[in-house]
Design a protein around this ligand. Structure first.
Ligand SMILES: Nc1ncnc2c1ncn2[C@@H]1O[C@H](COP(=O)(O)OP(=O)(O)OP(=O)(O)O)[C@@H](O)[C@H]1O
Ligand SMILES: [Mg+2]
Length: 316
């Protein structure tokens, strides 16, 4: 059984297509749709695979779309445990207007997860946590799920010696941090909300992150800063890594790709300065591809080698 488990409480199948010209009141002819699995933890699992790390993805799935989600993951030979749900898994819709190259993303509400289904997810995670090294909690909460479910998930994982990595936002992020995680990856907006301010400059960002570490909410914080890269903060270090300049096509999936890079780095024994550079390399490589596509491994390798040149001297 893989030593990395990912959790996606709000998965989706992304249906994407292109149309010549999007106009109101007219029939819009679309190209044959493409279907891709989606949702935070599922994307992290797919990205981990590209880096050479196996994981098992846990998610609820129901109805024909839930079935399709599982088929798509099987085609990618990804390991997963799907918890059956009464409600249908949602399908998001993405259409690119080829005349303007603009992308329209329609997100459907998440699929309701009943209390008994939530317990099944928890049971599944408890079973898989035995012997696992990392649990990655990523993405939003679907309707009907209280953030306290995630607090229970974190407690169960920690009791079994599993290191929790969290990439979520709002009350869900607050609930997991209250329990204390190994690593959290907020972006700077999510960190600002936690700190209760509208905007954070570099110093205030470092200070807010430091405070969370000191309060025991996370051992490591990787704060992502979009085109400015990321900053890794622990009790005794602050390491700011600028993003390499790349030709940006779509930033969709950059955050999930970064989390995969961080977890792959940690699980293969890289040093923390190397881990954050690998995370930035994966995030930036993901922005080089159009649409919902994740990164290409050769792009990650090239960007990582470049970023390693800025390793602090003591680790280089
Ligand atoms: N415009 C960009 N140019 C280069 N790298 C980028 C750009 N945008 C994002 N990245 C890379 O991706 C990483 C994660 O991006 P970001 O901070 O936007 O995460 P996020 O807000 O969590 O993203 P998501 O919307 O996927 O959840 C950054 O740390 C950086 O390495
Ligand atoms: Mg994010």
């Amino acid at each position: 059984m893989p030593r990395i488990v990912t959790l996606t409480l709000n998965p989706t199948v992304d249906k994407s297509t292109t149309a010549d010209h999007i106009m109101p009141d007219q029939k819009i002819r679309c190209a044959a749709p493409k279907f891709e699995p989606g949702g935070g933890g599922i994307n992290v699992s797919r990205a981990l695979r590209r880096l050479g790390s196996e994981s098992v993805a846990v998610f609820p799935a129901g109805g024909p779309t839930g079935q399709r989600l599982q088929e798509l993951l099987s085609q990618e030979q990804l390991q997963f445990r799907a918890v059956p749900t009464q409600a249908d898994t949602r399908e998001n819709f993405i259409v690119v207007d080829s005349s303007s190259s603009q992308q329209y993303r329609f997100g459907m509400p998440g699929t309701e997860l009943r209390p008994e289904e939530q317990l099944l997810v928890l049971e599944q995670l408890k079973e898989l946590a035995t012997g696992a090294e990392f649990l990655v909690i990523s993405g939003s909460l679907p309707p009907g799920v209280e953030p306290q479910l995630l607090a229970r998930v974190v407690r169960a994982a920690k009791n079994r010696g599993v290191k929790v990595v969290a990439d979520t936002s709002g009350p869900a992020l607050q609930a997991v941090l209250q329990e204390g995680v190994y690593l959290a990856k907020p972006n700077v907006g999510e960190l600002s909300k936690l700190a209760g301010t509208d905007e954070l400059d570099n110093d205030a960002m470092t200070q807010a992150a430091r405070q969370l570490v000191q309060e025991g909410k996370a051992e490591i914080l990787a704060v992502s800063l979009g085109p400015q890269g990321a900053c890794l903060i622990t009790r005794d270090q602050v390491d700011h890594v600028p993003a390499p300049a790349v030709k940006r096509r779509s930033t969709v999936g950059a955050g999930d790709s970064m989390v995969a890079g961080l977890v792959h780095g940690l699980s293969t024994g890289l040093s923390l300065p190397e881990v954050i550079r690998l995370g930035v390399a994966c995030g930036s490589a993901a922005t080089m591809n159009p649409g919902t596509e994740l990164f290409r491994k050769p792009d990650v390798d090239r960007l990582y080698q470049w970023l390693r040149q800025t390793l602090p001297a003591k680790v280089a």
